[in-house]
Design a protein around this ligand. Structure first.
Ligand SMILES: NC(=O)c1ccc[n+]([C@@H]2O[C@H](COP(=O)([O-])OP(=O)(O)OC[C@H]3O[C@@H](n4cnc5c(N)ncnc54)[C@H](OP(=O)(O)O)[C@@H]3O)[C@@H](O)[C@H]2O)c1
Length: 316
């Protein structure tokens, strides 16, 4: 029986009211769910600050958005490469300088299925470095503005959190001994969502109930994710998958992050995404989360390690 709190169709952007005066900062809007999410927020009157690694693509994105929504939309972009901690720090400074208010930071950007172990300039395995450490650092640096705005942090995870080793490989974070594209991607997405629930705990302990943190995922969506970083074979298989009804549009894939960024009174303890088969497609809402994603001992250790590796201390 469907117990979706938003009814049979689940959450849709029809629930978003007028967003005039609200500001959303989103990572990775040059394609996929980030592009669709930014478009919907702008169409509702919000101001959107996009953080992208490729300025040319960013400019093309702005042009495409203006073509569709008109020249009056309030959209801007800041260069940020999540694979370089220095770039994240620079972008965060720019955000703090230019955005007096942040209603939500949506950590959407990621890479997936990198075929061979690759290290970032900071020496992190690339999927963990981009997906987890990059977004973690960004959140910590922008947090003071989010707190002052009574805003939200929204992290886009993946059902991959429930694949692979289902925990964090602390004794070999770079997977020097057993690199596997999928297991490492899964760990990076698990790390991302574990830190959301740990953040909630820390906010709670500090009595900061005005700031919210949410974890969600887009199910299986037709985007550029595998095309960007996957091997030839993974790309081929995913191209075929994308033609099947088991995969939904990138627009629908954006609904969970939009819900977490805008829906009032949303329960933070939930995990949000499509509620149909395997959580790949279907009405968007809250669904089951396996307990390993909320393992407190692992989450605390991961948080402390992430602060150490990124050299940032959250000021909660
Ligand atoms: N599609 C799915 O079925 C699926 C399933 C589970 C989870 N997800 C999650 O959904 C989110 C959105 O992905 P998507 O499917 O929409 O993929 P996508 O179309 O490939 O979009 C990813 C975005 O992230 C950006 N990005 C990649 N590396 C970056 C870096 N180092 N610094 C800054 N930006 C970077 C990309 O920029 P460029 O254009 O420069 O590459 C692009 O804008 C990700 O968190 C992904 O893990 C997707």
């Amino acid at each position: 029986m469907n117990t979706n709190q938003f009814g049979e169709k689940g959450w849709t952007p029809d629930r978003i009211g007028n967003l005039n005066g609200k500001t959303y900062v989103i990572t990775g809007t040059t394609s996929g769910t980030g592009f669709e999410g930014a478009k919907i927020l702008l169409s509702k009157g919000a101001k959107v600050v996009m953080l992208n690694r490729n300025p040319k693509k960013s400019q093309e994105t702005i042009t495409a958005l203006k073509q569709e929504l008109g020249n009056n939309i309030e959209v801007s972009s800041i260069k940020m490469d999540l694979a370089e901690q220095a770039s994240v720090k620079k972008a965060a400074q720019e955000v703090l300088k230019t955005a007096p208010q942040i209603d939500a930071l949506i950590c959407n950007a990621a890479i997936a299925q990198v075929p061979k172990q690759t290290l970032t300039v900071d020496g992190f395995e690339s999927q963990l470095g981009v997906n987890h450490y990059g977004n973690f650092l960004l959140q910590a640096l922008i947090y003071p503005r989010i707190e002052a705005s009574k805003g939200r942090i929204v992290v886009v995870g993946s059902m991959g959190y429930n694949l692979g080793i289902k925990t964090i490989q602390f004794d070999d974070m770079n997977w020097d001994k057993n690199y596997s594209p999928n297991a490492v991607y899964s760990q990076s997405k698990l790390a991302q969502i574990m830190c959301v629930y740990e953040l909630q705990e820390r906010l709670n302990e500090a009595g900061k109930s005005d700031v919210k943190a949410y974890a969600c995922h887009p199910g299986a969506s037709r985007t550029s994710l595998i095309k960007t970083s996957g091997s030839l074979m993974t790309r081929f298989v995913w191209q075929l998958m994308k033609l099947s009804p088991f995969v939904q549009s990138a627009e629908k894939g954006a609904y969970p992050q939009l819900m977490c960024a805008t829906e009032p009174n949303l329960d933070q303890s939930g995990f949000y995404g499509p509620t149909g088969r395997n959580n790949w497609t279907g009405p968007v809402g809250k669904h089951k989360l396996e307990p390993h994603a909320k393992d407190k001992a692992v989450a605390k250790r991961l948080w402390n390690l992430s602060e150490k590796e990124t050299g940032v201390k959250w000021n909660i």
